[in-house]
Write a protein that binds this ligand. Structure first.
Ligand SMILES: [Zn+2]
Length: 62
């Protein structure tokens, strides 16, 4: 069985570690919906999601 990806509840960044690489939060969730890959932090989607670092983010975290 594939291990489900975890998402930081604080900034919605995907992580494979037990800690978020962006905000160092350990408040992670496996209940998430949607995926946004942000390359340009000046893009509309990055502004909408309040993303300051490029990477993979969930649109919704439960
Ligand atoms: Zn985070």
């Amino acid at each position: 069985m594939a291990k489900k990806k975890q998402v930081c509840r604080n900034c919605r960044r995907f992580t494979t570690e037990k800690v978020c690489p962006v905000c160092k939060s350990t408040n992670l969730s496996t209940s998430w919906k949607g995926l946004a890959i942000v390359i340009d932090t000046n893009s509309e989607i990055a502004k909408l999601l309040n993303i300051l670092e490029p990477g993979s983010y969930a649109l919704y975290v439960g």
